[in-house]
Design a binder for this molecule. Structure first.
Ligand SMILES: [Ca+2]
Length: 274
């Protein structure tokens, strides 16, 4: 599996980017000031080293994770256990929390322009909160299932468990682009939690210990991160408690992963894998 993925990654790297369409020109991602690319960008196969462990609520069925003002924003799922939370990073203490009615099953979350956007699984309805207070401001509709969510500072980027990522305008909620994710020309299905990192889209692949790195220009997977064994000490009690949380601090380059109901959030360093 690993070797197969490696060859597919090499193949994917040789595929050229597609041409820009008018819609793409209207939604230009905001790119941070040019800095040196991190070393991991040049390696298609990556492993990890754990730098630090942070406490995490083992009752939180993590569906979305991100950093906001040095704190975690976390979306939890489940019928009756769905919430959006702001959590102290060092202690795992829940600083504020807004629950959703039991009919909603929370999914991915993203922050843009002082607002938090949260998806739900099958209700075709998302919710918008004030980032500072987590007070509900509004809601929005979309078609199909909602899984993961992130943004490139211009568009919300959403997964739905398939190999397609949808780009959504955060003002009109119109889907203006659909990105097919491929590795060596083959579809990568079950894309779940997302994080936009250094110009790439990182995606947890559901029920695996792998994160794929997606080139947003053409949907090709440019690298795979193998995280098998990261929670080995904790012993998963439930087969649904899979890897499903990616957060990143663009100021420091710090990267974090967790899973559903995992007792820890791990700060990791990406290292080349042979
Ligand atoms: Ca995330």
């Amino acid at each position: 599996m690993k070797l197969g993925l490696f060859y597919m990654v090499v193949f994917a790297l040789s595929v050229t980017a597609c041409q820009k369409k008018p819609d793409e020109e209207a939604h230009v991602p905001v790119v941070a000031e040019a800095t040196e690319d991190p070393d991991w960008k040049t390696h298609p196969m990556l492993g990890y080293e754990v730098i630090r462990e942070f406490p995490h609520d083992s009752g939180a069925f993590t569906q979305g994770l991100l950093l906001s003002q040095g704190q975690w924003i976390e979306s939890t799922g489940g019928y009756g256990t769905t919430s959006i939370r702001r959590v102290e990073r060092e202690t795992g203490k829940v600083l504020m929390k807004t629950d959703l009615p039991a009919e909603f099953f929370g999914e991915g979350a993203a922050e843009m322009d002082g607002k938090i956007y949260q998806l739900t699984w099958q209700s075709q309805r998302g919710f918008i909160y004030d980032s500072k207070t987590l007070q509900k401001l509004d809601d929005f509709q979309y078609q199909g299932e909602g899984w993961g969510l992130t943004n490139d500072a211009s568009s919300l980027i959403m997964s739905n468990g398939s190999d397609r990522l949808r780009y959504i305008d955060p003002k009109t909620f119109r889907v203006w682009r659909e990105l097919q994710v491929r590795i060596g020309g083959k579809p990568v299905n079950l894309l779940n939690e997302l994080e936009f990192i250094e110009g790439e889209i990182f995606a947890n692949v559901w029920h695996t210990d792998q994160i794929v790195r997606i080139n947003p220009k053409d949907g090709n997977v440019v690298g795979v991160i193998e995280l098998a064994g990261i929670d080995a000490k904790e012993k998963r009690r439930d087969p649904e408690h899979v890897l499903n949380g990616i957060a990143y601090d663009p100021k420091t380059g710090e990267m974090f992963v967790t899973g559903k109901c995992w007792p820890k959030i791990y700060q990791i360093r990406l290292v080349p894998q042979k």
